[in-house]
Ligand binder design. Structure first.
Ligand code: NAD
Length: 487
């Protein structure tokens, strides 16, 4: 029989980021009787969530969490139902939120370690552990703690020990509930998830806690989509899910390198191969590879796990997915340099798109950064950047400090990097336009370069640049561009 689930009245979400913010908004929307408080240690983030200018760009998110500017004088264009639900609160007061919560989501960032043992592969758990520690100290007995962040296998067990050490005799259940949303479609993914995975201890208390969390989701997610598994499976399933998606991208990109040396066309191959229902057509588009804060780091984490379990061949196998991804970016940037006569020599190059993909302003681990670095290494160059979703400050933070690798570029001409608010201005006088993301705005304007490198004009590119403009759209036709150059 189903275990009796404790009733949830107060939820605390720690981490008001890309996952915590939208997740809290959807839970609050579908559970009007639950008060959902989202806390963050970053005052700026909380201020932004409480302003009309949210800290993250996601289609549909504004309508969910927009706030009245001040009482009666809110945006007249906003529909009344588009004003934030009264049970969704963004606050800096973690102590009181944690202390009164029945259920706490840990949704803080878990990047790759840069220092110490496992650097470059293992997960940096400093933020997660700090948040878990605060919960262990302040939460009421019986509180359910939910790992929403992507964490290494065994974390739920470790957190349980942490609580037992800090508060002996207090029962706090720890569940794993990884998030599968994709940036750019977060609201849609949260509203209609393929699956909600809940990992728990195989004890009565574990099953009761899992049932309580399931009851929160069941207000909008069909029961058949809620999977109950053990905590290890749940933690590992998240890594495997990202690893397998990334693997498909690297697989097709590795084939695009072969296409580059032959007469084969990678899009035709993807179409042919994707018709096999056992393979399917999704995630088979050759391009610049994956960026963002998740795929690379989750594969690194999986690699580290395999290594630490004494499985070096398994570690090598998955690591190769990241290796292939890096190769693809370098191949692309080198091709651009070749096409421009092997010399950048103060030329202007426009990048359309800077976020790691379309419909997000997230610039973390943007492909553009690696492309720019490779271009800088080739010589002095003017880089012009436009992205419809990114904040200028976020782009500047990513490119700040990018300089030619010592010894790579002999010229003393200065390198200029600028962010533009207008794509036409970014492209003005450019020798090449690199389409980095598949934003619809650029997609519609994409044309491939033809075999002899003749110039094409696009809707996104200004007419003033038409005399010497090369457009590189790897998203649509990476291999073709490369093949035609080689031909
Ligand atoms: P993020 O960086 O956007 O947000 C994390 C937030 O946590 C930040 O605002 C940070 O200030 C806050 N924070 C850190 N330590 C804190 C503490 N001790 N107390 C309070 N606040 C604290 O990160 P994100 O992209 O939302 O990712 C969160 C987790 O979800 C990661 O583990 C990530 O791997 C996972 N995830 C992310 C995505 C995605 O698309 N971004 C998708 C699925 C899973």
């Amino acid at each position: 029989s189903d275990p009796v689930a404790p009733t949830i009245k107060n939820i605390c979400v720690i981490g008001a980021g890309y996952v915590g913010g939208p997740t809290a908004a959807i839970i609050a929307l579908h559970n009007p009787s639950i008060r959902v408080e989202v806390v963050d240690k970053d005052p700026r983030r909380i201020r932004q969530w409480n302003s009309p200018h949210l800290p993250i760009h996601e289609p549909g998110l504004n309508d969910l969490v927009r706030v009245a500017r001040d009482g009666a004088s809110h945006d007249p264009a906003a529909k009344p139902e588009a004003i934030r639900a009264p049970n969704l609160i963004f606050t800096l007061d973690a102590h009181s939120s944690i202390a009164k919560a029945d259920l706490i989501f840990l949704a803080v960032n878990t990047p790759t370690k840069t220092l110490g043992r496992g650097a470059g592969r293992a997960t940096n758990m400093a933020s997660f552990d700090a948040a878990a520690n605060e919960v262990a100290r302040l939460a009421r007995p019986g509180t359910i703690v939910v790992e929403k962040s992507t964490v290494p296998c065994g974390t739920a067990k470790r957190i349980r020990h942490m609580v037992e050490t800090l508060r002996p005799g207090i029962s706090i259940e720890v569940l794993s509930n990884p998030e599968f949303l994709a940036e750019g479609s977060a609201v849609e993914n949260l509203l209609r998830p393929d699956r909600v995975i809940i990992g728990s201890a195989r004890t009565t208390a574990g099953r009761q806690a899992a049932a309580a969390l399931a009851s929160v989701y069941a207000t909008w997610v069909p029961k058949s989509r809620i999977l109950h598994v053990n905590a290890w499976s749940s933690e590992l399933a998240k890594l495997v899910s990202n690893a397998m998606l990334a693997q498909r991208i690297s697989s097709i990109n590795s084939i695009s390198a072969i296409c580059d040396r032959t007469g084969a066309d990678v899009d035709e191959i993807a179409r042919a191969v994707g018709r096999d229902p056992r393979i399917g057509p999704h995630f088979l588009k050759a391009g610049l590879g994956y960026g963002g804060s998740c795929f690379r780091k989750d594969i690194a984490s999986l690699t580290y796990l395999a290594e630490s379990l004494g499985l070096p061949e398994v570690a090598d196998y998955w690591n190769q997915v990241n290796v292939m991804n890096e190769l693809q970016r370098r191949r692309f940037a080198r091709k651009v340099v070749q096409r421009l006569g092997d010399s950048l020599d103060g030329k202007k190059i426009a990048l359309l798109g800077f976020a790691f993909k379309k419909n997000t302003g997230d610039t973390r681990e943007s492909v553009a950064v690696d492309v720019i670095q490779t271009l800088l290494d080739e010589g002095p160059v003017e880089i012009a950047i436009f992205d419809p979703c990114c904040r200028e400050e976020d782009i500047l933070r990513e490119i700040d400090g990018l300089v030619p690798t010592p010894g790579s570029s002999p010229s003393s001409l200065p390198t200029v990097m600028r962010v533009y608010a207008d794509p036409y201005q970014a492209c003005e006088q450019a020798s090449a336009v690199l389409v980095i993301t598949e934003s619809d705005q650029f997609r519609n304007s994409s044309h491939r370069i033809n075999g002899n490198g003749a110039q094409r004009r696009t809707a996104a590119a200004p007419t003033t640049a038409k005399s010497k403009l090369s457009i590189f759209n790897p998203i649509n036709r990476l291999s073709h561009t490369m093949t035609s150059r080689a031909a």
